[in-house]
Structures are given as C-alpha cells and as structure tokens.
Design a protein around this ligand. Structure first.
Ligand SMILES: [Zn+2]
Length: 468
C-alpha cells in the first residue's frame, strides 16, 4: 500500500465529498429519541436517512449492498455490506442521531448552524458521530483504489445511540445472519487524548439514567406561611442524594457501583498522564479559579474513567429564577446521570440505587424513582500483536508519533453488547473527540485535519487485517 497516495485520496475526498455533506448534516436537528419523543412526526431522522442514503448510493464501494432496516415504532439502522476477497469479517460502527442543543454556544454559532473556523467544523453531531459513515466508506474506497485485498466489511449505522441504543439488541437478533460474528470491530465514536497521534479506547464507562421525584404537597403554598413547618422537597432530594454520593468529595458511596481497577489499566492511565501531562486538566473549560476534584492527575483521570460519578443533568418543578415567586413548591424532580465503571453489573447497580434512594424517605415524603434501562461499561480484550503493531506503525506514518491508548469516561452501549456476544472479536475504538471538541456540550467541533489522518490510519489498519 502506498501511504502517500492513500493520504492524498483521503484528503481530496474529505474536501470534496465529506465536509460539504457534514455541513448539511449539522443543519438537521436530528435529536435522539430520548430528547425528541416526537421524532417520527418531526421527520428530522427521515431527512438524515435520506441524506445518508443518497450520499452512500453515490459513493459506496462497487458490489456493495446498501439497506435501511426499520421495524415499526423503532429507529432505523443503515447497513452497507461490502463483500471481501479474503477470509474474515469486519464490523464498522457509527451513529447518526444527536445530543440536544445545550446552552453556551459562542456568538454566531449554534447547534444547527455549521461554521468552519481554523479547520474546525462547528455544530452538533459532526464529530459525534456524523463523520463515521462517510469516513468508513472513504477508507474502503481508498484501499480498493490500490487493489488491496480486504475481508467482508459491514458498516452499521444506528439512530438511537444517544438514547442508550435501545433498538440495537432487537436488530442484532433480527439480522444476526447479516451481522455475523465479527473478527474485528471498528468504532469511530470515541475520544482522542490529543490531535497529535492515533488513539484507541481500551475501556468505557456504563450509564444509568434515572428520574428522582420528591413530592411533599398537592399544590404550592405561600413560603412565608409554610416553610420550616413543611419540609422542602429540595432539601429532601439533597438528603436522598447524600445517601449515594459524598457531597464533599463526589465519591459514590454504593459498593455495587464500584470496581477493582485492573493493574494494567492503572499502568496505562499513568502512561497516558505522562504523555499528556497537565493537558489532562487543561482540556476542560474551567471557570476562573475553579480546581479539579483531585490535584493528582492520575487519580483525576481515574475518577472520570474507572470510578462511578453522579451528575444532576436536569430538573423539573423549579421555575426559572426570574419568574420564581416565594412559594414552597409541591415537588422537586431531578434527572440523574450515573456513570458506572467497566465490569460493574448495571442491574445490580440499579437495584442498589433504588434501595438507597427510596427506602424510608425523610418525613415519609412521596419519593418515586424511574430508572431507564442501564448500559454496561466495557473493558477491551487483549489486543492481538498484528493489530497493536498496525496501530502504532500507521500512527507513526501519518502523525509522526506512536499511537496512544486511553480509558474513556463515556458510554457506547453497542461495544458492551458486542464484547459480550463476541468475546473473540478484536476492537479498534477510536474517534475525533479530542480536547475542546466538546461533544454533548456547546461549541462541538470536528477537527478536520485530524479526521483526515484518522481516516488514513483506519484504512491502513484494515489493510493489515488478519483473521486468525
Ligand atoms: Zn457518539
């Protein structure tokens, strides 16, 4: 394989056919079903499917089969089945649903407004994970152009990843004969420690979403007449949260949500921190004098990758402060997002949360907890020598630096499903979500020069594929 020619093909194709399509893609507010319950009616998902199908039909590799599968009441999946000429089976994965808007976009920018600035394409969903389908097809075409032999490759694109992939197990079952047992899974939906090398993800956290509602009255009353005598629903919610989290340190208190971190992951994290130094702190947009939860950078990274952590991501029952009367409110509802480490059983973790939050509520308040189906974390199996060699070799060729590996704090539910179902599969979990790219937050961007080199690396790794 000629690396220079490959990179040139990749660069030109990105400029001519991927960046313009992603620019159109960003304009479509295709929020994941959890954030757009009327997604079918609203039709944004249909628009994205149409855009993806039209593009894929124009550019798909020769002899490949494109299909859109959709069971009633479920989000669709797109499959591109590319026959191979050597033995083996590769599964490439990405998703085309998006996170909601979020506040805090810079002036002139917004989630559905594509803006190109200094080689970065701003807007929701370009980096997470709009580019995956297009970049996968490009990688295969660039290899075919050089007559490189490849195994059969299946590209699978889903539309409910940001909702925890609830429809995927259904399709995995229904199309098991198409999906088959992959020898290698390539996932383009993950993070990068910096933009200077090829990164792979070796572990992911799981996720439990839950809605906690505390009710104290049937209607709001004058706070002057009631407060003090009638306990506040907010205070009770605080008390309940303190049962599962130490509010001083952020440590999650339930044993069912903790795991023993394997020694090799501790070592890997130490190495990660030694490569990136203080960048592991500086990557976050700290406000003024704000400090991290730990001054030890290794511990800091472990806290966001291998330890559980609670975030309150939404609330109901609280009017905006500008419109808040002096009322003792009837209820407080909090949306909880609990990240759980790899190797933790989400069912046991959920039960532990339920018990802690709902048992013997203060003042006998009415406490309800609705828990969404939990997603498991994932810990990579040992990487085979050909694969780690290939990742390192091509990182050196395209980035002039050896590859790096990292543990990720986010969740990709499908990886846990695949890991469980296909324990012999190898994984390349990579992505463009490097420092500042801010997927899920405001000012999300896709670092185009990085995405191009990443595409070249992924293609090259495929060219070294070995089925053994
Ligand atoms: Zn994603």
């Amino acid at each position: 394989m000629n690396s220079d020619q490959l990179l040139e093909t990749v660069n030109t194709f990105w400029d001519n056919h991927i960046t313009p399509t992603l620019t159109e893609y960003i304009k479509i507010p295709n929020k994941s079903p959890s954030f757009d319950p009327k997604w079918e009616e609203n039709g944004h998902m249909k628009k994205v499917v149409d855009l993806a199908v039209k593009w894929t039909n124009e550019h798909k590799p020769r002899n490949s089969i494109l299909s859109v599968k959709q069971t009633e009441k479920r989000t669709p999946i797109i499959l591109v089945d590319i026959p191979g000429d050597i033995e083996g089976n590769i599964l490439m994965y990405g998703h085309l649903d998006k996170q909601p808007e979020m506040e805090g976009w810079n002036k002139g920018m917004g989630p559905w407004i594509p803006v190109m600035k200094n080689g970065k394409l701003y807007g929701r969903g370009g980096a997470d994970d709009g580019y995956a389908l297009f970049s996968s097809i490009l990688a295969i075409n660039a290899l075919r152009e050089q007559n490189i032999s490849l195994p059969r490759i299946l590209i699978l694109i889903e539309f409910c990843e940001e909702s925890g992939s609830p429809d995927l197990p259904h399709y995995m079952n229904l199309y098991a004969d198409i999906i088959k047992a992959p020898d290698l899974v390539v996932c383009l939906d993950s993070g990068a420690g910096d933009y200077r090398r090829f990164w792979t993800t070796t572990s992911l956290r799981g996720l439990i979403g839950a809605t906690l509602k505390v009710e104290v009255l049937t209607e709001g009353v004058h706070s002057g007449g009631a407060s003090g005598h009638v306990p506040s629903s907010f205070r009770i919610a605080r008390q309940l949260l303190s049962r599962i989290e130490n509010e001083k340190t952020g440590e999650v208190l339930l044993d069912e949500l903790k795991t023993k971190i394997p020694d090799y992951r501790l070592k890997e994290t130490e190495e990660f921190v030694s490569v990136l130094g203080n960048e592991v702190v500086e990557e976050f947009p700290w406000k003024e004098t704000m400090k991290p939860s730990s001054s030890d950078n290794v511990e800091g990274v472990l806290r966001r990758t291998w330890r559980p952590a609670l975030s309150v991501v939404g609330a109901d029952g609280l009017p905006p402060s500008a419109n808040a009367g002096n009322v003792l409110r009837p209820f407080t509802q909090l949306q909880l997002s609990m990240r759980i480490p790899p190797l933790v059983d989400p069912t046991k973790a959920q039960e532990a949360m339920r018990k802690a939050l709902t048992k013997n509520p203060p003042y006998n308040a009415k406490v309800t907890l609705h828990i969404e189906e939990g997603a498991s974390g994932w810990n990579a199996p040992e990487t085979k020598p050909w694969l780690s060699k290939a990742m390192n070799k091509y990182s050196k060729i395209f980035f002039k630096e050896p590859s790096g590996s990292l543990c990720e704090g986010g969740t990709i539910p499908f990886m846990a499903m695949l890991g469980e179902q296909f324990p012999k599969a190898q994984f390349v979990i990579t992505g463009v979500l490097g420092p500042g790219s801010n997927a899920h937050g405001p000012n999300e961007f896709l670092h185009i020069p990085y995405a191009k080199k990443l595409t070249a690396c992924v293609a090259s790794i495929l060219s070294d594929f070995r089925a053994d």
